[in-house]
Design a protein around this ligand. Structure first.
Ligand code: AMP
Ligand code: GLY
Length: 426
């Protein structure tokens, strides 16, 4: 098969890396890719935005058998719809199904209508009404832009002032553009977070192993929320009991509700969970693999990924099973100093080969670029240093040995990735 991966981040690097190992794949392409992906795939710089027809022309010309869409934006904008209309096979939800991530208000309403456990909320389409509501309550909240905001649109409002300022940032100053046409204000949940990821053909589901990311920028889970500063798998918060509860009270009801709403969901359903004792609530749905969670999930997968993706596209996922490697994986993200706020790019990166040659370590590229034979930084999250080992503790040690080999000016990484798991052991 000839497979095309869409995207340019760490998630797309690990997808291309896993696909390149498939027994049934002859060639991997990536649009636009990055220098790490270019070592294993044929990367082409075709513009993605408002350009799906040209992309479909490319897939036709190159006789691509399967296109895998990594990020949420092209899914929400209907890339899969354009490909399917042209008879091209594409993995991921279509536009009508991707709304589960693209509108938090839609997701909340679907959960309420189907008794899927989630935080109580109110949606507002005017800042005045949102502020008036906040003045009438005196409890900590989370304020969220309704639309897509690269993982940064959820702002904690522990005090009334903080919450009002979050509404202003989102709806008045338009920190996330038109994603802030509406805000969702929800009760603050407490507990432990975990990511629950399933593959689905719209009817059947295969859960992947559990994982957990670290969203805040700084050690001790302080600082602003980012797209994710690191991840580990498995996440011990997902016990076998919680696993069944999530499948029965969240995953199957959601897949059924989407089908019944005329929006059958095929692809990856990512459920962000808050777990408090035996109580589980949904924080968010995503319509694609998590990033950096993908960098710990796919390296742990023993099975060939491609037959699983084919079954999501064509149906028949109930006839396939998936095998996992024993042990654990940890990914430490190395970011540009300043991220998620302003940062500089173009810093030379050294030590990639040394890190990659360490036992169990693979470095996935995100914001990198080639520049006169060197690899330089080109984004907020630059690299994901992933390690496989027999347990989380050993995987943490290996990942940080990898990080220690890599240098670029003003590199920032968290030093406590996986700390919650270590806390449990001791
Ligand atoms: P979201 O994009 O909705 O997943 O929110 C991003 C992050 O904000 C989550 O991973 C949580 O850490 C935090 N968060 C979101 N909603 C809540 C909530 N209702 N209570 C507590 N934390 C939340
Ligand atoms: N790491 C969280 C996400 O991909 O949404």
């Amino acid at each position: 098969m000839r497979v095309l991966v869409i995207g340019s981040g760490g998630r797309e690097h690990v997808i291309a890396w896993k696909i390149a190992q498939s027994a049934v794949v002859e060639k991997v392409y990536c649009v636009p890719g990055n220098p790490g992906i270019a070592q294993i795939a044929d990367c082409r710089s075709i513009r993605l935005e408002n350009n799906f027809a040209e992309l479909a022309d490319f897939a036709e010309t190159e006789k691509i058998d399967l296109t895998i869409v990594g990020p949420e934006l092209p899914l929400a904008n209907g890339l899969v719809d354009v490909f399917l209309e042209r008879g091209l096979r594409a993995f991921g939800p279509n536009r009508k199904a991707a709304i589960l991530e693209a509108s938090k208000d839609f997701a909340k309403q679907l959960m309420i209508d189907n008794n899927i456990p989630t935080a109580a909320h109110r949606t507002f389409d005017s800042p005045d009404a949102a502020v008036a509501y906040l003045k009438g309550i005196n409890t900590p909240v989370f304020v969220k832009a309704d639309g897509l905001a690269a993982g940064k649109g959820a702002i904690s409002g522990r005090t009334q002032d903080e919450a009002i300022s979050a509404v202003e940032q989102i709806m008045v100053h338009r920190a996330f553009g038109s994603a802030g046409n509406k805000v969702v204000i929800e009760e603050l949940l407490v507990g432990e977070e975990a990511s629950f990821t399933v593959l689905t053909d719209g009817v059947h589901c295969i859960p992947l192993v559990s994982s957990q990311d670290h969203k805040p920028a700084l050690d001790g889970d302080r600082g602003k929320n980012t797209g994710g500063m690191g991840a580990y798998s498995p996440a011990p918060a997902i016990t076998p009991e919680i696993h069944s509860q999530v499948m029965n009270t969240v995953v199957y009801p959601t897949i059924r509700a989407m089908r019944e709403a005329g929006r059958p969901f095929r692809g990856v359903l990512y459920v962000g969970l808050m777990i408090d004792g035996s109580e589980v609530k949904v924080l968010e749905f995503n319509c694609r693999l998590g990033d950096p969670e993908a960098q710990v999930l796919l390296p742990r997968m023993e099975s060939d990924l491609v037959p699983l993706l084919n079954a999501c596209v064509d149906g028949g996922l109930d006839e396939i099973s998936v095998e996992w490697k024993p042990g654990a994986a940890v990914c430490v993200v190395m970011a540009s100093g300043g991220y998620p706020d302003a940062y500089e790019s173009g810093k030379a990166i050294t030590g990639l080969e040394a890190a990659n040659s360490l036992e169990g370590v693979t470095v996935f590229h995100a914001g990198t670029q080639s520049d006169s034979g060197r690899i330089v930084t080109n984004g907020g999250r630059v690299l994901g240093v992933t390690a496989l080992a027999s347990d989380v503790s050993e995987a943490i040690s290996r990942a940080y040995l990898g990080v220690a080999e890599i240098h670029f000016d003003a590199a920032h990484f968290r030093k406590d990735i996986g700390h919650r798991v270590l806390g449990r052991d001791s």
